[in-house]
Design a protein around this ligand. Structure first.
Ligand code: BES
Ligand code: ZN
Length: 404
């Protein structure tokens, strides 16, 4: 049965292409660039012969030049033979196809490469500091950040909330000559990103970041109420507590530590994209990135910390899991995936840097109040006990990685 259906299909495909070629023989066929998974390349070449030309194959992806009118057939064949919907991506030109290959190989590197010889042996420094982390501090910062009407990337509120974060971080490092707190200005919108740097002995850099902006996804714009208590006042406040404890202990890093509050994440990871590109352009030696985006809502399953598998580095994720087991015992962690570049870790990943994204819940049990006027602390029972686990984990991550 299957054979018959297929052969009927191929006969009609043959008839169609013969007819099509005959009737438009005077007109040059328009060629387009597409990318397909390389396992479908020889199949495609067999089926379309001279109508397809391989441009370049790399890391399991092939860019091919193909007659535009072959696309509907290709789509059907892909569906039948590879159970792929569509099965290819269409590109406007050769450059765009080429840049997909580059991005893809950069991402594979960022996912698979082991950047550091991961180990855990800094108990003497880490354990006492972990004991000093306090939920009350995280709660206070979330409360303050939620007081702004919104922290939207455009408009006055988002600029004022950025200034608040800069001031808060500047106070934490006021006695340190090795530390700076700076704005990273963006050209297309007003809200700056904020970067706190503690200079180490080496230029190797560790980044702990999260986005500062909030959005009301339904009403949008510069005026709608968007407290963003979980998304992502929680992440910024968790980072703030990590810095506080490090500074209270006069921690002197080996590597350079950078703490970042990204602008304009909610509208396409815009702030972190510019920063990650800038770091790449300057050849910055970033050895680890951790993203904290939503840390204070415990989903209703058994996991406390969920490591996102996509757009992250596999070896660093294992290291973060081991850090949790070692330093935050009793905390259950596991894996899930966003399914797309859901936060700023994806910006670093795309530039080839090792990133992790420890998240507050599984996707199935996530906080559905985000991006509304109801993303408030009351959803987290007006406490920061869940975010505290992330502060302990992030503190241990920074100090252990700093000693590799
Ligand atoms: N914090 C969210 C991402 C998120 C939501 C992760 C739920 C996991 C579960 C983030 O702030 C966000 O909303 N991101 C955008 C990304 C987009 C603009 C590229 C999103 O998910 O729509
Ligand atoms: Zn977020």
């Amino acid at each position: 049965m299957v054979t018959k259906t297929l052969s009927t299909f191929f006969i009609s495909a043959f008839l169609f292409s013969t007819l099509a070629t005959n009737s438009v023989s005077a007109i040059e066929d328009k060629k387009v660039f597409i990318s397909i998974d390389s396992d479908a390349l020889s199949f495609t070449q067999k089926k379309f012969g001279k109508r397809v030309e391989e441009v370049e194959s790399r890391d399991g992806i092939s860019v091919i030049k193909i007659d535009e009118d072959a696309l509907p057939w290709l789509s059907m064949l892909m569906h039948k033979n590879f159970k792929r919907c569509g099965g290819f991506m269409l590109h406007d030109n050769a450059n765009e196809a080429e840049s997909l290959l580059n991005t893809h190989s950069e991402q594979l590197f960022a996912q698979k490469n082991s950047f550091i010889d991961y180990k855990i042996d800094q108990d003497a420094i880490v354990t006492p500091m972990i004991a000093q982390t306090e939920a009350a501090n995280i709660l206070a910062t979330i409360t303050q950040l939620s007081t702004f009407q919104n922290r939207y990337y455009k408009g006055d509120y988002g600029k004022k909330s950025a200034a608040f974060i800069k001031d808060t971080w500047a106070k934490l490092v006021k006695n340190r000559s090795d530390a700076t707190v700076e704005y990273f200005q963006h050209s297309s919108w007003d809200q700056p990103s904020i970067i706190l740097t503690i200079k180490g002995k080496s230029a190797e850099t560790i980044i702990l970041g999260g986005h500062q902006d909030s959005i009301n996804g339904y009403m949008g714009g510069q005026t709608a109420r968007a407290p963003g208590s979980d998304d992502n006042a929680s992440g910024i406040s968790t980072i703030t507590e990590v810095v506080r404890v490090l500074m209270d202990n006069s921690y002197q890093p080996q590597k350079t530590l950078k703490f970042m509050a990204y602008a304009a994440e909610e509208v396409g990871l815009l702030g972190s994209k510019e920063i990650a590109k800038d770091f790449k352009k300057k050849n910055a030696n970033v050895v680890g990135v951790m993203q904290l985006d939503m840390t204070n809502f415990k989903g209703n399953d058994s996991l406390d910390i969920v490591l996102m598998k996509d757009y992250t580095n596999e070896e660093q994720n294992k290291f973060v899991g081991a850090i949790i087991d070692h330093y935050v015992p009793g905390i259950k962690w596991g894996y899930d995936e966003c399914g797309y570049g859901c936060s700023d870790h994806a910006s670093w990943h795309t530039q080839g840097y090792p990133a992790s994204m420890p998240f507050e819940a599984t996707m199935d049990t996530m906080n559905h109040k985000i991006h509304t006027a109801n993303d408030t602390l009351s959803v987290s029972n007006n406490n920061a006990s869940h975010a505290l686990k992330f502060a302990k984990m992030a503190l241990a991550y920074v100090v252990e990685l700093d000693h590799r």
